[in-house]
Design a protein around this ligand. Structure first.
Ligand code: NAD
Length: 487
């Protein structure tokens, strides 16, 4: 079946009508697969602001009930939604299913979290006083998402934002608008089962950069959670700062793996293949720099070249395909500009954007090695000492994910120490990509500094309030200050 026909049948299943000014194209064959209507940012912000007035006062475990219902809808629709993710973003079916599973997982996490939004109690220096911290809902949250995780990123943010008492406005990538429509169909089902949620609680605003900018500038939006390129974050950050709004930025990565002499090379090879070639190199956590000890490089690199040469590049709907297409022609051009003649276009489906993952042995870490090219390019660098390897790993502007393959405890611990990897994510004996939702996800430096998903990332979606309560009959001042009224 053509991607257009398959998309039409899945959209019908979700009850989504195609039509409007924004067209969606499948990277599988380059053809249009549907259309959506451009949204109205000002109206969405106003409706979200109104919804907040009601939602903020609902007890959090009751907010969790809506997220539980949403998780149930996602479970029931896992296959068709994953299939639509494949058609629109080009990722293989296994990865599409994994993406929807992530949505389900974060819903489960948020339901539990809805009973665990803990504050602290704090010892007061004054007699008969008590101090505590409360976490209150923040306000409407804007989620700007990228094409490569067209639905999971929304879920990471929305599930937490909802149980924290906030409405959510979603501006998805203009390259993947249909999957967002399908998710909203599931949202509507969950809302109708829940009953009584305010209008405007969960909204979708389709459009490009201009629509994103209008929402970013809107003072009714309390938090802008932006996932995308560093260029996007560089534009969005100052605009939100200008109005003293809050940002949570999840931007580009340039992730490395250090392979030490003691590494289990069989494990390392598998991890390298998945993290460098998986999702056709279009994950923010994709492995882009392999830093290999000089004593094992001549053993490892030819083996990797062989694996990359044999990996099946093709229609992401076929079960044995491991590498689907790039998102569009522009992505192929960007790869070509970096690797030149090394680019190998694969004629898998006419009109699609297929390339074979490339390995480039770099003499020095400079030029394009310092940048994120959103395509499957793996640079190989050699090292002599672990200090040198860690320095190479850290000497790029981005700071998202990193990993080390070693069976030497000292090397692993040095890599994880304060003087080790400077990334938000640092792994031992697994690759840099494929995070679980239980941990806080995000990175340092040009990756933006945001953390979302698990651990205590929920705090970004709430405002902290410090309370001091006097239950005595006196009014002692802090720091022992005397400020007595003359008798
Ligand atoms: P992109 O920056 O082109 O677009 C991302 C989103 O931002 C889109 O919805 C787009 O419309 C919007 N946008 C762009 N400029 C904007 C502006 N000035 N104001 C408001 N909105 C704006 O990114 P992309 O090509 O869709 O995705 C790939 C990039 O995303 C890569 O750099 C990748 O590393 C990054 N990414 C990061 C993470 C992470 O968690 N760190 C996850 C996924 C993707």
């Amino acid at each position: 079946m053509s991607p257009a026909d398959e998309a039409a049948s899945i959209l019908k299943h979700f009850g989504v009508q195609s039509g409007g000014d924004l067209a969606s194209f499948s990277p599988i064959d380059g053809n249009e697969i549907g259309r959506v209507r451009i949204g109205d940012p000002a109206r969405a912000a106003e409706e979200a602001a109104q919804a907040f007035l009601q939602w903020r006062s609902v007890p959090a475990p009751r907010l969790g009930e809506l997220v539980r219902l949403l998780g149930e809808e996602l479970r029931a629709a896992k296959e068709p939604l994953a299939r639509l993710v494949t058609l629109e973003s080009g990722k293989i079916v296994q990865e599409g299913l994994g993406e929807v599973q992530e949505m389900i997982d974060i819903c489960d996490f948020a339901v539990g979290l809805s009973r665990q939004l803990y504050g602290l109690t704090i010892a007061s220096e004054r007699p008969n006083h008590r101090m505590m911290e409360q976490w209150h809902p923040l306000g409407p949250v804007l989620v700007i998402s990228a094409f490569n995780f067209p639905v999971a990123v929304w879920a990471w943010n929305a599930a937490l934002a909802l149980v924290c008492g906030n409405p959510v406005v979603w501006k998805p990538s203009e390259k993947t608008p249909l999957t967002a429509e399908a998710v909203m169909a599931l949202v509507r089902r969950a809302l109708s089962k829940y009953g009584g949620a305010p209008d405007g609680l969960l909204q979708l605003v389709q459009g490009g950069r201009d629509v994103g900018e209008a929402l970013v500038d809107d003072a009714r939006i309390a938090l802008v959670s932006g996932t995308g390129s560093t260029a996007m974050g560089r534009a969005v950050g100052p605009r939100v700062a200008q109005r003293f709004g809050r940002v949570l930025l999840e931007l580009g990565g340039n992730n490395a793996m250090i392979v030490c002499p003691s590494a289990d090379l069989t494990l390392a090879e598998r991890a390298i293949l998945f993290s460098a070639a998986g999702t056709a190199g279009q994950r923010c956590t994709t492995l882009r720099r392999l830093i290999v000890h000089e004593s094992i490089a001549d053993q490892l690199v030819p083996r990797l070249k062989q694996l990359f040469a044999n990996v099946k590049v093709g229609d992401p709907r076929e079960p044995d395909t491991l590498v689907g297409p790039l998102i569009d022609e522009g992505a192929c051009d960007a790869m070509g500009r970096v690797v030149g003649d090394l680019i190998e276009r694969v004629d898998a489906v006419p009109g699609g954007f297929y390339v074979r993952p490339a390995i480039v042995e770099a003499k020095a870490q400079e030029g394009t090695v310092l940048k994120e090219t959103f395509a499957p390019i793996l640079y190989v660098l050699r090292y002599r000492t672990l200090d040198e390897a860690i320095a190479l790993q850290n000497e790029v502007p981005q700071g998202l994910s990193s990993s080390i393959f070693t069976t030497d405890l000292r090397e692993a611990e040095q890599f994880l120490s304060a003087a080790g990897s400077d990334c938000g994510i640092a792994n031992v004996n697994i690759g840099p990509s494929g995070a679980e939702i239980g941990g806080a996800f995000g990175g340092e430096k040009e990756t933006g500094g945001g953390r979302e998903s698990g651990s205590d990332a929920w705090r970004a979606y709430m405002r902290r309030q410090t309370n001091t309560i006097n239950f005595g009959t006196d009014l002692p001042l802090a720091q022992g200050i005397r400020f007595d009224v003359a008798p």
